[in-house]
Structures are given as structure tokens and as C-alpha cells.
Design a protein around this ligand. Structure first.
Ligand code: GCV
Length: 721
């Protein structure tokens, strides 16, 4: 982040003006949502200045120091004047910050009931008299709660909330709120679209990038409390002493911000770095090796969080290599970590070596019987992706969320947009995540939503070494949204979008309203132009960027044709009892809803049913007509987003305005590319005409099929049509 002095100077100077009276200096996006520019609304500014005149922080512990520094930075900027730090409230307007253990003032206040409600990580913010003065109190049971409370208070000011009658008690719903980095030790990032890895392994542990602290600070501001540093396609070297020293150095920077580090454990590490002949989880030597490795890790990193494991999936080694079960593998690692309080997050994204009848059924088939036997140790969590396939623009919720009666579950979301336009397309993911968190599993009863069935959220990070962290200004919103939902999974997408826009761009309603509207429309737009009506996995092979509904060959269940089942009759994967019967993995009411053509939601129709091209849908239109309409709606929405953004010229700084504008240009061309390539391909089966007035495709199907879109630099992303 900018040094304190610079922020203060900028804030005191006031914004630079443009023709429309707003900031126009180019902004590189580095500050994310943590912008503390002077409050523009003069009435609010006067209210804040009257309510806040000094800071009282009495503890010098690292987390409390971080809280004090953040408050000083934020208040100085937002109020446009320095706010002095005092030892005790001396006048009206004190912001008193602390825990009953580190502040006598807080200890003496009547906050016991509220603090009980706040729990170990939550906080209380109240306006109340302290020693005869008007004060604002940010109190918590632990220092980290204070830091979270400080970020919350600053957010209220950033978003222009009134401080009158301030009374907040907030506690996170989950204790595990993690970012998973798919970062490799060579600095590349699997499915990363924001530059190289943040972790400078070659320079660690002696050289500490200042970005580590800025990253930790951004995470703490949204309540994230864990970071898995390494790719699930793991490299055993991370567990060697030299790398553990490097990990310890990162952990030291993260610690004051309440962030624990976790690592991915390569199942074959005992062979690769331990010199053993086997990695069999029931072998005594292997078990001893992992126990000793855990001891060594905790000697180096005393608050180490634990392991994430991808085993027997996409070629990764695992217990099945030794004819052992996932439970045998997970329990071995759990036993090694248990004496130190560590956990194992064992992924349910499994890919068997044989092609199954229906790929989306494998996780339940493998994990439910183990759960039924209570086979997993208590410090094992099974981590499932939101849907049973692979982070598609839309999937039904993963049936595993309704099937595991004994073993705690984590849900993995993908913040990096592997299948949703990667760096350039503006797609706000909170509506996707809200949809799955609120989905009712009916297991064991109605109102058992997915949010209630899990113990934590892990998000595959979209953060890299790019100056703007995420590869695009709007991708930052997805990092922000993930943290906010991990704290409170019932927070509506609209509220998340609005607070992000206010903090990141402006409180001006001429900006807030249209940008929030764009964000909220963006996910459905992407579904429409990529995979409408429940289609999935229609992306080009490998890079997963552009359309590839024709992809065939190689392993069948990694191809588009396997998932779309297009033929002369119709389109879609029959997962009802007449087909793969994947619906059987859902609780009875959900199964019935998905099985019947009368009740299956239109947006999942082709996920569960093979539908004839000229069959009528509930809309009264045929499948063919509805399909065309959805593709067109996707394109039209992106055009509208583009026009809406153009209308913000002068209301947003030139740097971000132009960057977003350029990306929307790409997105519009590529939405057409998706529509045209897909429609032409389906037409080669349906042989049905386009209705009069339907925008004709610019090129032939063959032209689209031979396009090698990124990363091939010799081809354009998409030829302008
Ligand atoms: C890390 C998908 C991605 C892979 C990823 C895998 C996983 O298949 O394309 O890059 O591997 O999911 O989640 O393990």
C-alpha cells in the first residue's frame, strides 16, 4: 500500500478534478478496496470529524499494532486530518480499541454479553460514554477480533454509513476461511491470470517482499484467516527443511494479521524426499516419516494450520495406488498432525483411472461409504467443489453436501475464473456462490442449505504478482466477495457488490447504481453466452478459455461432447433414471425436482435431461428457440454493460476507466464468438434455421473450430466480426 505520508498528503490535497467533478488521476489498482481518500460528502465528513478526534490503543502486541496503524492510516485519510493516538480517553470523540485483557478501559465497560456473542474471532463496535466522554469502542475477546472490528469500522466510513447509534456485534459463521493458491515452486500459477506467484521462493527467507504484508492486510480486512501457499498438484520439495524455512518467514509476516499458513502434501513425498520405497499409508515406516515431518514443521512454524491433499485425481499419487482408501490416506496425515492441533483438508475432486458412466457421480460413490462407516479421523475435513463437475459457470450443488452425515465438510470455490473468462471478462461471482450456499440439500430436513452443511470455505485464489493483484480491476471484487461470504454466507450479493463499489470506486450514486447493476447481471450474462440452460464444460481443451463444444478425443470424460451429448434428436446429458441416474445422489425432494421435466429448473435443464431440439419448454418456446434466445441475451447484456461503463467517463479515474473499457470491448467480441461458434455447432445437429432477424454469425463453423485462442499469440483472441 502507499506509505502513510503519501496517502495523508493526497487526502489533504483533496481529489483531482475532471470535467465531471471527480477524481481523474490514473489509478493502478494496487490499493484494492482499502482506499482511504477523504470523505467527499461534506455533511458526512463533518459528522465523522465530530465523532472521531483521537485513538486510544494501549497494547503494543503485533496484532494490536496492526489495528492501530490501520486506524491511523484510515482515519487520517478519510477525515483528511491527522488523528492523534492517546493512552486513555481525554475528550469526546475517542475511538477506544482493545480487549478486556489488554485495555483497562474496555474491561470496565458493560460489554460482557456482546463479547460472548462475538466469540473468539468476532467483535463489538458501539458508540457509548467512556469516562464521561462520547466514544466509539471497538472491542473483542482476542486481538485478531479487534483488527477485524477496525476494518469493519473503516468500511462503515468508506461506504458513507452514519455513525449515529453505532451498535454492531459480528462473528464469523465459519472458523476456516482460506485462500488456496495453486502456486508452483517455479513461480508459475496453475489457472492463474494475474502474473507470477506472489511467493518469491528463490529470495526467501532473507528477502521479504513488502507485498506479503499488503496481501495479509487485504485478507484480514475481509476476515480470511488461512492461506494454502502451494498448488494441490503438489511438489514434495515444499516439505524439505530449506523450503520450510521460507514458509516460516512468510508465516511470520502473516501472523499479526491472523493468517495461518497451510501446505499441500504430496502423497508420495516419503518416496520423493524421504528415501522410502513406498508411500503406503498403512506402512509403519511411512507413518513414522509423516509423524516426524509434522514435528519438524511445527518446530519451524508453531501455528502451522495443516495440509490440503489432492490424491488419486488427475494423475496425483494417493492411497489407492496401494489399494488403500481415501480414509486410510487422510487418517495417516491426520494422526501425524493431531498432536499439534493441525487439520487435513482432503479433496473430494477425484478422477478415477477408468472413465466412469458419469463423471459427476464419482465423489459420492467414493466418499459416502467411508463416511457411513465413520472412517475419518475428527481432524479430517472433506473438501468438495461447489458443484460435482469443475467450477462451471453453473452447476447444481454438489450432492456430497447432502450425503456426509459424520465427516465435516469444506466447500471449495474458484475465485480465479478458469471457466469464466479468466482475466478479461467481467464476471462477478458472488451470485454464483450465493446460489450454491443457499441451495437446500433437504438432508436431513428441508432448510438444510449448503451453508449449514459445511464448516468452512476455501477459495482458489486469483491473486498474483500483477500490480493490480488480480489481473483486472473487477476480478478484485471476487476476492473481496469470497472473504465477505466466508464470514457471513448469507450476505446478499447485492450488498457485497455495493460495499465493494463504494470502497473501490466511489460513493457517488452515478457510479454506485450502474456499476452494481453491471456486476449483478454479469454472471448470468456469462452463463448465457457460454453454457446456457444447464450446459457445462463446453470450453476449448486445455486453456478452457474460448468455446469448444466440438472437443472430442482423448479421455472421454474430459471432452465437451461427453457432456453435451448433442445428436440429431437433441441436446443434454440424461442424468435421470433413464440415463446415468446421477439424480439418485440427491435427497428425495431434490431428486424428484431434478428428475421431472415439469419441475427441473430451466437453468439446469440440459444438465439433467436430453431434450429434443423441437420439444417445447415451459416458456412455450422450443429448445432450439430458447437456446438461441439465451445466447443472444448473453451478448446483449455484455453490450449493455459496455454502454453503461462508457457512461461513467469522468466519474472514474482514467486508468481504471480505460482498462475496464478495453476489457469490456474484448468481452463483447468474445461473447459473440461464444454465441456464434456454439450456435453453428448445435445447428450442425438440429439442422434448424435461425429465426428472421437473428444476428448472423460472421464466420463458418470451420473457422471457429480452427481458431486457437490464447495462449497462441499468432491468433487473435477473437477476430473482430
Ligand atoms: C489444480 C481442474 C483444473 C486443474 C486443477 C483441478 C483441481 O481440472 O483444470 O487445473 O488442478 O481442477 O481442482 O485439482
Amino acid at each position: 500500500m502507499r506509505p502513510l505520508a503519501l496517502v495523508t498528503v493526497l487526502a489533504l490535497c483533496g481529489p483531482l478534478s475532471s470535467a465531471r467533478g471527480q477524481i481523474s488521476a490514473p489509478d493502478d489498482g494496487y490499493d484494492l478496496w482499502l482506499r482511504y481518500t477523504r470523505v467527499a460528502d461534506t455533511a458526512r465528513l463533518a459528522e465523522y470529524r465530530a465523532a472521531i478526534s483521537e485513538l486510544v490503543v494501549t497494547s503494543g502486541e503485533p496484532t494490536m499494532q496492526a489495528a492501530r496503524d490501520e486506524l491511523a492510516l484510515g482515519l487520517n485519510g478519510l477525515l483528511g486530518r491527522p488523528v492523534p493516538v492517546a493512552d486513555a480517553p481525554t475528550r469526546d470523540g475517542s475511538v477506544v480499541v482493545g480487549t478486556p485483557a489488554n485495555s483497562r478501559t474496555i474491561e470496565a465497560l458493560p460489554l460482557a454479553a456482546a463479547l460472548r456473542e462475538a466469540g473468539p474471532e468476532g467483535f463489538v463496535i458501539r458508540a457509548l460514554p467512556v469516562r464521561g466522554h462520547h466514544a466509539i469502542v471497538v472491542a473483542a475477546n482476542r486481538d485478531i477480533g479487534v483488527l477485524y472490528g477496525v476494518f469493519h469500522l473503516l468500511r462503515l466510513l468508506q461506504t458513507g454509513e452514519s455513525l449515529a447509534r453505532l451498535n454492531v456485534v459480528s462473528a464469523p459463521r465459519y472458523s476456516l476461511r482460506l485462500l488456496d493458491h495453486w502456486d508452483n515452486l517455479d513461480g508459475t500459477v496453475e489457472r492463474g491470470y494475474a502474473g507470477a506467484s506472489l511467493w518469491e521462493w528463490a529470495r526467501l527467507p532473507d528477502s521479504i517482499s513488502p507485498r506479503y504484508r499488503d496481501y495479509a492486510r487485504a485478507n484480514a480486512s475481509i476476515g480470511i484467516n488461512g492461506t494454502v501457499l502451494t498448488n494441490v498438484n503438489a511438489n514434495a520439495l515444499i516439505l524439505t527443511p530449506a523450503y520450510l524455512m521460507k514458509v516460516a518467514a512468510i508465516a511470520r509476516v502473516f501472523r499479526p494479521y491472523g493468517i495461518k499458513v497451510y501446505l499441500t502434501a504430496r502423497f508420495s513425498a516419503p518416496i520423493e524426499i524421504g528415501g522410502l520405497a513406498t508411500a503406503d499409508p498403512l506402512d509403519a515406516g511411512v507413518r513414522a516419516w509423516w509423524a516426524a515431518k509434522a514435528d519438524e514443521i511445527y518446530r519451524t512454524i508453531p501455528d502451522f494450520g495443516g495440509f490440503v491433499v489432492k490424491a488419486n485425481s488427475e494423475g496425483q499419487p494417493g492411497p489407492q495406488d496401494y489399494h488403500r482408501s481415501h480414509a486410510d490416506g487422510a487418517n495417516m496425515l491426520a494422526d501425524a498432525l493431531a498432536p499439534h492441533g493441525g487439520i487435513v483438508m482432503w479433496r473430494a475432486f477425484v478422477y478415477s483411472s477408468e472413465v466412469p458412466t458419469d463423471r459427476v457421480m464419482q465423489a459420492v460413490d467414493e466418499f459416502e461409504p467411508l463416511d457411513a462407516r465413520g472412517a475419518f479421523r475428527t481432524n479430517v475435513l472433506i473438501q468438495a467443489k461447489n458443484g460435482p463437475l469443475d467450477f462451471q459457470p453453473r452447476e447444481p450443488f454438489h450432492p456430497l453436501f447432502g450425503r456426509m452425515a459424520h465427516t465435516p465438510l469444506m466447500m471449495e470455490l474458484q475465485i480465479t475464473k478458469e471457466y469464466l473468462g479468466q482475466d478479461t471478462h467481467l464476471v462477478f461471482l458472488a451470485p454464483l456462490w450465493e446460489e450454491v450456499l443457499r441451495a437446500d440439500t433437504y438432508a436431513p430436513d428441508p432448510r438444510s442449505d449448503v451453508a449449514a452443511r459445511i464448516r468452512g470455505l476455501a477459495g482458489v485464489a486469483n491473486v498474483g504478482s500483477d500490480r493490480d493483484w488480480c489481473g483486472s480491476d473487477f476480478n478484485q471484487a471476487n476476492w473481496y466477495a469470497f472473504g465477505r461470504l466466508a464470514w457471513d454466507p448469507m450476505l446478499p450479493s447485492a450488498a457485497i457488490a455495493e460495499s465493494w463499489v463504494r470502497m473501490t470506486f466511489s460513493n457517488d450514486p452515478r457510479v454506485v447504481r450502474p456499476v452494481v447493476a453491471m456486476m449483478l447481471a454479469s454472471r448470468e450474462a456469462a452463463v448465457n453466452y457460454m453454457t446456457p440452460l444447464g450446459l457445462a464444460h463446453q470450453m476449448a481443451r486445455g486453456h478452457h478459455y474460448g468455446p469448444g463444444p466440438w472437443v472430442a478425443g482423448g479421455r472421454a470424460d474430459q471432452t465437451s461432447v461427453y457432456f453435451n451429448r448433442a445428436d440429431s434428436i437433441g441436446l443434454g446429458f440424461d442424468r435421470t433414471p433413464t440415463g446415468s441416474n446421477a439424480v439418485r445422489q440427491y435427497a428425495a425432494p431434490v431428486r424428484a425436482r431434478f428428475t421431472s421435466r415439469d419441475s427441473v429448473p430451466d437453468n439446469l435443464l440440459l444438465w439433467f435431461h436430453h431434450v429434443g431440439w423441437i420439444e417445447h419448454l415451459r416458456s412455450g418456446r422450443t429448445l432450439w428457440e430458447d437456446l438461441l434466445q439465451h445466447y443472444q441475451a448473453g451478448v446483449d447484456t455484455v453490450r449493455w454493460m459496455h454502454r453503461t461503463w462508457d457512461g461513467l467517463d469522468g466519474l472514474v479515474d482514467t486508468g481504471r476507466f480505460r482498462r475496464v473499457q478495453g476489457f469490456l470491448r474484448i468481452q463483447e467480441a468474445e461473447a459473440r464468438w461464444w454465441r456464434d461458434a456454439s450456435v453453428l455447432y448445435w445447428q450442425s445437429f438440429s439442422h434448424l434455421p435461425l429465426p428472421p432477424g437473428y444476428e448472423a454469425s460472421a464466420h463458418s463453423l470451420e473457422w471457429y473450430r480452427q481458431l486457437r485462442c490464447p495462449p497462441d499469440p499468432r491468433k487473435p483472441r477473437c477476430k473482430p466480426s
